[in-house]
Write a protein that binds this ligand. Structure first.
Ligand code: DC
Length: 241
């Protein structure tokens, strides 16, 4: 049997609450936190609209201009791109859509997968995204796949964006979430899908604390957070790709 990597993976569709949950989980377990959606979002912003239409070699070269690192643990965890913190500007729904488009390109996924994998091999961490459990960290110690109805997800995303002071049209937001679901679930490379050994959690009727409790209980019952401790350095210094 393969040795497990001391990584907790959280996968699921847009708006399911992964980012909030992964942050809480990283805080509870005092682990580093890797937000792979923000890596795609950041690249999407740097490369600009229609980047997915560029010839593959050009795109690969442009992706290579950007390197990612993570710093800190739990609440203090942060993602850096070329040494600068990735800011809130990547959280806009339009940027999410651009990210979903470049995420369909195998060359982009490959570049980011290599970077993500290296970070996971350097320090125990919580990694969230779409293909963490199935593709990037198939040997992760704990895997979760979160889901909720598209109506619930649209409401959650609406609340999140409004709290950040963004004006959004609910109908347009629902349409964007469904469009992103379609891109994420039906792309050829690494489509959104749960790993066979992931715990599936339907969060439609649960709040953040309840989902977190389900996940932490699962970890407790399967070796506990101690099983994430290992000889690898625990991320005191920047973890670079
Ligand atoms: O999780 P998010 O909404 O921040 O992700 C933005 C987009 O990035 C998402 O629609 C698809 C893409 N993505 C991906 O394809 N694989 C990941 N591991 C993370 C994000």
């Amino acid at each position: 049997m393969n040795e497990h990597l001391p990584v907790v993976t959280l996968d699921g569709p847009a708006g399911v609450g992964k980012t909030t949950l992964a942050r809480h989980m990283a805080e509870s377990l005092a682990l580093a936190y890797l937000d792979t959606g923000s890596m795609f979002r950041c690249l999407a912003l740097k490369l600009g609209p229609d980047a997915e239409l560029l010839p593959e070699t050009d795109l690969r070269g442009r992706c290579a201009e950007w390197t990612f690192s993570i710093m800190g643990k739990g609440r203090a965890a942060a993602l850096y791109c070329n040494g600068r913190p990735v800011g809130d500007e990547v959280r806009a729904e339009e940027v999410g859509m651009l990210a979903a488009r470049i995420a369909t390109v195998p060359a982009v996924r490959e570049v980011l997968k290599t970077a993500q994998r290296k970070m996971g091999e350097t320090a125990p961490l919580v990694a969230e995204g779409r293909d963490m459990g199935l593709v990037v960290f198939p040997d992760a110690k704990f895997k979760f796949f979160l889901d909720a109805t598209s109506e619930v997800r649209a409401k959650r995303r609406l609340r999140e964006l409004e709290q950040r002071g963004e004006q959004v049209d609910p109908a347009r937001l629902t349409e964007q979430i469904l469009r992103r679901d379609d891109l994420d679930r039906n792309r050829v490379t690494a489509p959104l899908r749960p790993a066979e050994d992931a715990l599936l959690v339907d969060t439609s009727r649960l709040n953040i604390d309840e989902v977190l409790a389900v996940m932490l209980r699962h970890i407790d019952e399967h070796g506990g957070a101690r099983s994430l401790d290992c000889h690898r350095a625990a991320g005191a210094s920047p973890v670079r790709q």
